[in-house]
Design a protein around this ligand. Structure first.
Ligand code: KMH
Ligand code: ZN
Length: 269
């Protein structure tokens, strides 16, 4: 089994300091969370950017500052979000791709997302895929529903993305696939041969799905974007705490944890 790639998602587009005061907003805060997570064993940083007031932004200048700071202190793989926040236009969402990071997210369909709708028309998905292709950016397929895997495969057939590819199953978003073990097994069964996968369990699903990924040969994502709690009712003090727990679990289960360069090899970067 390959070593375990741990992705840290230190802040998404939704969670706020009101939800957990340790949620980072500024580039300095986000980079510090990445650094601490890297120290514990995270090899890939899934990046969203925030304005000073905490609202979500796809401003490439803010992304560039975060990337500069993370690269100054770590050798993590940088993956920018093209999901952005619900309601953003495709033109707004794609902007960080032009910074040519190693990776970017490519959501392969539309789903309900809490009270909102996370819209990803085929036209927009292909627009994002082409932007990634033109800028040498490797997509990670964001899979919120099983049918999105088929769309990713179709993009491969059209030569818009490299196949077999790397998939991230985001499980437990309200309105999309639930975070239960049988749903994870079903999604794995739909993958193209040779694909790699990560699971990002939302909220209380983060820990059990992460444990499944460790034993099944997948990879794991943790962090405040997905989960602000360490345990029921107890807020996590940092993203690093969530990473450290996965490292301990992996250690107990006999799965080595990948350094960033090992992660690059596994992902074919
Ligand atoms: N904020 C969500 C609507 C991604 O980063 O690509 C989408 C998201 C996915 O976070
Ligand atoms: Zn994200």
């Amino acid at each position: 089994m390959d070593p375990l790639i741990i992705t840290v998602a230190p802040v998404g587009a939704e969670v706020m300091k009101e939800n957990n005061p340790n949620v980072p907003y500024t580039p300095e805060e986000i980079a510090e969370e990445c650094y601490r997570a890297w120290n514990e064993g995270a090899s890939l940083a899934h990046i969203h950017a925030r304005n000073e007031d905490g609202t979500s932004t796809q401003d490439p200048e803010v992304y560039a500052r975060i990337i500069e700071l993370v690269k100054a202190k770590t050798d993590m793989i940088i993956q920018v979000s093209v999901g952005g926040a619900v309601g953003m236009t495709a033109e707004e969402r794609v902007r960080p791709v032009y910074l040519k990071p190693e990776m970017a997210t490519l959501t392969c369909g539309t789903c309900n997302f809490g009270d909102g709708i996370f819209t990803n028309s085929l036209k927009d998905i292909e627009f994002f895929a082409k932007a990634m292709q033109e800028n040498g950016v490797r997509p990670e397929f964001e899979i919120f529903e099983a049918g999105m895997i088929e769309t990713a495969k179709r993009l491969g057939k059209k030569n818009l993305v490299p196949m077999p590819g790397h998939f991230d199953f985001v499980m437990g978003v309200q309105g999309a696939i639930p975070g239960d073990p049988s749903s994870l097994m079903h999604m794995i069964s739909l993958l193209p041969a040779g694909a790699t996968w990560t699971v990002a369990g939302i909220g209380r699903h983060e820990l059990p799905l992460g444990a499944m990924a460790i034993v099944l040969g997948g990879h794991v994502r943790v962090g405040f974007e997905d989960n602000i709690y360490y345990s029921r009712g107890v807020l996590a003090g940092s993203n690093a705490e969530l990473v450290a727990r996965m490292v301990r679990l992996a250690d107990e289960l006999g799965r080595p944890v990948a350094k960033p360069d090992q992660a690059r090899k596994i992902l074919g970067l």
